[in-house]
Design a protein around this ligand. Sequence first.
Ligand code: AMP
Ligand code: ZN
Length: 142
Amino acid sequence: MATCLFCEIAQRRRPAEVVLDDPQALAFLDIYPSARGHTLVIPRAHAEYLGELDDALIGPLFQAVKRVTELLQRALGAQGFTVGLNHGRAAGQHVPHLHVHIIPRYAGDRGTGVQGVVRSAPDEPLAQVAAAVRRSAEPRPS
Ligand code: AMP
Ligand code: ZN
């Protein structure tokens, strides 16, 4: 595989402001922070998307997310967090190594909730959307 920026950080071959160093996950400050303490949490193993990450590594990744929110609350007085993944190019993912953004929120910071990221609600009834999703979970005829 071509060199991956976040694999290099995970292997400590590229500098980063690491705030949590776990066996399966690493957390470091985003180099272009959206807010004070903006942190990225990554699995040490390379995966571009959640679907590529071994199920056994999902838990440790989100345990690290939980731990980082506690650290940021204590160290920086964060009053809330926006936690999210830009998952795929259409969603704004630029670095092709899965990463969870933790953006500390402070009263009066004038940010929005995650619903503000996109406004493209369909005209379609919810029941029709839900039925399509449920059908996709059914086994396909072979
Ligand atoms: P995304 O658009 O979700 O792929 O976000 C990638 C994030 O990685 C951006 O917010 C960048 O500021 C951040 N970033 C890029 N290079 C580095 C780096 N060397 N160290 C820390 N953060 C980085
Ligand atoms: Zn990688």
